[in-house]
Write a protein that binds this ligand. Sequence first.
Ligand code: HEC
Length: 159
Amino acid sequence: MKLALLSAATSTAMALMAYAAAAQTPDNAVISNAILSAPTGADRIAEGKAVYDTNCASCHGAKLEGQPDWRRRLDTGRMPAPPHDETGHTWHHPDADLFKIIKSGLDAVVPNYESDMPAFGSILSDPQIADVLAYIKSTWPDRQRDFQAEVTANDAANP
Ligand code: HEC
């Protein structure tokens, strides 16, 4: 028991160190999984909500509800912004893909895909992107959060 607690404390400390180190790397640095799996305390979630309200809510909705009729293609041929709550499909994707989509746009994950989703790499720092993801995840019920954690673990094991 003592050992397990000790190793949990050690990995938390290591994740925090990685988070601090990543916070100082340039924007185009490759993001490590450590920054995404760093402990998501209330302060980071609050930061993430502020980032979300300023940068994402206009399309994805103040309550993460997405654009009206979000499953129906627009006249432009592109898709509306989906919800980020449990009714959407954000929780189907691993952390690494979500991070890439937010930083570099959807075509970073699906080449040549045309989308109205902006790339935020020149607007948000890597830790801000991690925070906004922490905020989005904090709104999910356990089922969605557990599912997405498993998808992320599988993805990390088979990159
Ligand atoms: C100008 C409108 C707009 C803004 C602002 C915007 N998005 Fe999007 N986003 C979209 C659209 C539209 C899509 C869906 C594109 C598609 O499927 O073709 C999307 C898709 C996504 C996806 C993929 C979801 C999935 O399940 O496939 C993520 C993740 C995402 N956005 C996160 C964010 C975050 C985080 C922010 C703020 C930092 C943000 N978006 C700001 C329009 C926007």
